[in-house]
Design a protein around this ligand. Structure first.
Ligand code: FEO
Ligand code: CA
Ligand code: CA
Length: 535
């Protein structure tokens, strides 16, 4: 825990603001900022089937699983990452990208545990994953609404044809069919979306090389799609870029293949790109791609973090003898990234999830959600500082920024977002089956937390929202004016034993079926936090 030094750093606020990006320089009253106190009480942990918010926050459901977005397409299941791309200067009209991470066959295609899965059911499920693009507008009352049948509304699903951005074929093909497991993501400086294929092996399985069989051994997927459809698993596990205005997508092979949680991009002053991305599994690694040409995610080098040495280790097949001996090509290194990263000394981390770059000091924050086999149930946030503050540096220092636990008030950190005033927002991901159990005594349902960066409460952790039963709050994303927080409520009622024994009825209540939904959070407490530097 480096909380004291962090608060001291904030105490030197004027210096900190000097380093901040333009939007933070709108400070009208330094005295007001110094005196700022969070205008609501910290929520007490609670286990209740509702989306509960702290005082001065409210929400509207924007869209739910199954809602029609046009004549032929519906909003998908288990919404995760969201990103708002404004279409006008007022930013009250825009496109919302939403990831649909995975499906629940009982809800999406009526599968039951005692009946074998059918191709017909899979075909239905294939349309519930991927992503959605929806046009949304704010009305006079300040409420966001879906514009049904808008020309921009469209779905990407497990059936969408997507080309690889790479000079070589991947398993004999230049294109993949579908994108699945879209967990978190990022936004590029040119307004496209990076959507990350995380637990891809659930769909078409994996190829296991650990037994020494040269061509590997196919292992089954959780959903067993490979028993009906013959798509290579190597076509999944990539970072996918989507243009929200056209729906055109491409899979960026240069960023490697693993259980990508997210991809966070930084454009260097010469136009080259740096992309940070983590592999969310126990004892997996943290990566960064450094481009060698402006705007390119193909030409450049992928590195893996070695925390013990404070070094970024290259995954370049040509220059790394150990990779050259083991693999046939750079393409094979990228496809079998997990094996390659261990050979060059990548550090084994506690499930690297979301990544954000601190707008004040440029440090890179990484959620390490937990590592239960190692006895780490609470997780932490890692702070990585690149040498000389340069994102293309090959050396860094790293330390624990916040440790999860009863003292800090949150655990299992997952998604993060900085608001327009630089406050840090965190969501938690306690596994649905472990909520309320002994390991998580002292915590309620999953939540949303804020760490203010200004005033009297700077550095403290406040719980702002509590999720419905079995759910996780994901994909926090702020509107440019900071007045709306888009947030996904993912997998409510996920552990329901059957359709007759539902554990959640959120959001419609009564005896209704639970529906993953995107909500818009607003209210005076939100505006007090996000507007502290400008109002
Ligand atoms: Fe899909 Fe790592 O959360
Ligand atoms: Ca996540
Ligand atoms: Ca998670």
């Amino acid at each position: 825990m480096k909380r004291r030094s962090f608060i001291e750093f904030l105490g030197g606020g004027v210096l900190a603001y000097g380093l901040a990006p333009g939007f933070i320089l709108g400070c009208k009253s330094p005295e007001k900022v110094k005196e700022f106190a969070v205008p609501f009480a910290n929520m007490e942990p609670i286990i209740k089937d509702d989306l509960l918010l702290a005082d001065g926050f409210n929400y509207d459901v924007l869209i739910s699983w199954g809602d029609k977005i046009n004549a032929d397409e519906e909003f998908g299941f288990n919404n995760d990452f969201t990103a708002f791309i404004p279409l006008n200067k007022a930013a009250d009209d825009g496109l919302l990208w939403v990831n649909h991470e995975y499906h629940h066959p009982m809800f999406t295609s009526g599968q039951t545990a005692d009946a074998p899965i059918t191709l017909e059911q899979i075909e239905k499920d294939m349309l519930t994953v991927g992503g959605s693009i929806i046009r949304i507008k704010k009305n006079k009352e300040g409420k966001w609404n879906l514009i049904p049948n808008d020309k921009y509304n469209r779905r990407l699903t497990a059936k969408t044809e997507i080309p690889f951005n790479w000079p070589e074929e991947i398993m004999g093909s230049k294109t993949a069919i579908g994108t699945m497991s879209n967990c978190s993501g990022g936004v590029t400086p040119w307004g496209t979306i990076l959507t990350c294929e995380e637990n891809y092996d659930m769909y078409y399985g994996e190829r296991d090389f650990s037994t020494g069989v040269p061509e590997g051994v196919k292992t089954p997927g959780y959903y067993g799609w490979e028993r009906f459809i013959d798509y290579p698993t190597e076509h999944y596990g990539w970072v996918v870029e989507v243009d929200p205005k056209t729906g055109k997508a491409q899979k960026h092979v240069g960023l490697g293949r693993c259980a990508h949680e997210c991809a966070t991009m930084k454009e260097l002053s010469d136009g080259r790109l740096v992309v940070y991305t983590g592999d969310d599994a126990n004892d997996e690694c943290f990566y960064k791609f450094v481009g060698s040409k402006p705007k390119s995610l193909t030409e450049g080098t992928l590195y893996v973090a070695n925390l013990e040495k404070g070094k970024w280790e290259s995954l370049d097949w040509e220059s790394q003898a150990v990779l050259n001996e083991k693999f046939k090509s750079q393409t094979e290194v990228l496809i079998r990234l997990r094996e390659a990263s261990k050979l060059v000394g990548g550090s084994l981390l506690d499930r690297p999830e979301d990544i954000e770059i601190d707008p004040f000091d440029g440090s890179v924050l990484v959620s390490l959600t937990n590592n239960k086999p190692k006895g780490n149930y609470m997780g932490s946030i890692l702070k990585l500082v690149e040498k000389d503050g340069k994102h293309d540096a090959l050396e860094f220092t790293a330390e624990t920024y916040y440790a999860g636990g009863v003292e800090t008030g949150f655990c299992c950190p997952d998604n993060m977002a900085f608001d327009p005033a630089g406050n840090l927002w965190i969501t938690s991901d306690i596994s649905g089956s472990e909520i309320g159990t002994e390991n998580y005594a002292g915590f309620g349902n999953n939540g949303l937390y804020v760490i203010p960066r200004h005033g009297k409460d700077a550095g403290k952790v406040f719980q702002v929202a509590s999720a419905p039963i079995d759910a996780e709050l994901t994909g926090p994303y702020f509107s440019p004016d900071g007045k709306t927080l888009f947030l996904s409520v993912q997998h409510p009622g996920e552990n329901s034993p059957s359709m007759d024994e539902l554990t959640s009825h959120w959001p419609e209540g009564g005896t209704s079926v639970p529906k993953p939904s995107v909500v818009c959070i607003s209210g005076p407490s939100l505006e007090a936090l996000t507007g502290i530097l400008t109002s």
